[in-house]
Design a protein around this ligand. Structure first.
Ligand code: ATP
Ligand code: MG
Length: 425
């Protein structure tokens, strides 16, 4: 026997039984975004490495420690995308999309980060993101949050998630604050955790985000970011909060919330849950007014979010929410192999006349065996074909999950019966 090749560490297969929930959650989230009039953009998974080092910032975890890079045969250095915003901005700039309008876009797909794998943290994970360009007011920040709110509501996750908000102000305020923070922390360097000490020179504001308790203790008497926020940013943030209040969306202002990527300005937010341990952020976003210009485009404001699909699915499952894991709705059984052509015609009829998923039994075998497979497929109905049925152009319908007699129906009656059952389900 040959050796098996295991799946790469941190990567995983999403098998039937899980993929149904994954798909259902993904489609629900996309449906909400589409309902807000956002348009899909399909982006490549490989980009020139500079896009991320320039876009996200050299000293961010995603670029510094987590990027998958490769050199292609032309010696171009590429990276598997760690997130979608930078690509989306690049694409918007390439087409000069902001000259004509104010595009609102969404994307979905896998992202790659070389992280320490654990529950809710993978090296290939899936995001669904939305980005809005050319809008500077608080209304769009609020709209992006409404979308998240609608998603959690639709999926039944509402009671398990909370919204955390903060403003990190303009680039100038952040620079001034960073300096003050460094000045405060430098003499106390020895009390910092290793990562935070390194960030003191590379990305000081990220220290606020540290999970280390002694670092957090030290931060208690550090300068307060909010004292550095200018009045325009304050007004903007108050505007966002007013929109949320008006819609009755609860939130908590978390002054330590800074987000991991460099490009954010003003509003930042995270949807968090306490049901998934330390991987509790299921969706994160904010405003990134400087990014389009930084990547070579015009000076255009923008805001967006990315939801972590893997974690939303995990939460959905953890809360015991239902997901249909069946393979098919109807299983077509043939008494003898000579009935196969008839069965195929019948299956095709149901595929066109109903919205149901029809699995035709293949590979022969006794009726009992076929029945067991029908049951295992999760189907609600078995449709059975034998000599009598073929002779009379009828079928035998059996409800697999309810106590009813087997019925004999013609094709039209069958379609009516199935469609009626679907409608009332
Ligand atoms: P974290 O603090 O958990 O590392 P992040 O700040 O790096 O998250 P973002 O870059 O803002 O995350 O990505 C948005 C969302 O994508 C996260 O809130 C999370 O739900 C999801 N996400 C990020 N990294 C991973 C990962 N390695 N595995 C699964 N989901 C992830
Ligand atoms: Mg991260």
């Amino acid at each position: 026997m040959s050796e098996k090749t295991p799946v790469v560490r941190g990567l995983r297969d999403i098998y039937p039984g899980e993929s149904e929930r994954f798909d259902m959650v993904e489609q629900s989230m996309i449906e909400i975004i589409r309902k807000y009039g956002y348009q899909e953009i399909r982006l490549p998974m490989l980009e020139a490495i500079d896009l991320f080092s320039r876009g996200l910032g050299e000293a961010t975890d995603a670029v510094e420690k987590e990027m998958y890079t490769l050199e292609d045969r032309d010696h171009d250095v590429l990276a598997l995308r760690p997130e979608g915003t930078a690509s989306c901005v690049r694409a918007v700039i390439d087409r000069n999309m902001t000259r004509e309008g104010k595009p609102r876009l969404w994307y979905a797909g896998p992202m790659f980060r070389y992280e320490r794998p654990q529950k809710g943290r993978y090296r290939q994970f899936y995001q669904i993101g939305a980005e809005a360009f050319g809008l500077e007011g608080p209304d769009v920040d609020a709209e992006l949050i409404f979308m998240g709110h609608d998603m959690w509501k639709m999926l039944g996750l509402e009671s398990a998630v909370e919204l955390e908000m903060n403003t990190i102000g303009s680039g100038d305020s952040r620079r001034a604050y960073s300096e003050a923070l460094v000045k405060y922390l430098n003499p106390r360097k020895k009390e910092l955790d290793v990562d935070s000490e390194r960030r003191l020179t590379t990305n000081p504001m990220r220290i606020l985000d540290s999970k280390n308790s002694s670092t957090q203790k030290l931060l208690e008497s550090a300068p307060d970011l909010h004292d550095f926020i200018d009045s325009a940013s304050r007004t903007h943030f108050e505007g966002v909060c007013e929109y949320l209040d008006r819609e009755g969306i609860n939130f908590r202002v978390n002054p330590r919330l800074v987000r991991g990527l460099d490009y954010y300005t003003d509003t930042v937010f995270e949807w968090v849950t306490d049901k998934l341990g330390s991987q509790g952020t299921i969706c994160a976003g904010g405003r990134y007014d400087g990014l389009v210009e930084r990547l070579g485009g015009p000076s255009v404001p923008a805001a967006g979010f990315a939801a972590g699909l893997d974690r939303v699915v995990l939460l959905h499952e953890t809360l015991g929410m239902n997901a249909d894991e069946s393979a098919a709705d109807v299983y077509v059984i043939v008494m003898e192999s000579r009935h196969e052509a008839y069965a195929r015609r019948l299956a095709q009829f149901m595929r066109t006349e109903t919205s149901l998923r029809i699995r035709q039994h293949l590979g022969g075998g006794k009726v009992g065996v076929q029945m067991r497979q029908a049951d295992r497929s999760g189907a609600r109905w078995a449709v059975i074909v034998g000599d009598d049925e073929v002779a009379e152009n009828r079928v035998a319908l059996k409800w697999l999950r309810e106590e009813t007699e087997q019925e004999s129906l013609d094709f039209e009656q069958l379609a009516t019966c199935l469609n009626r059952a679907v409608e009332s389900h």
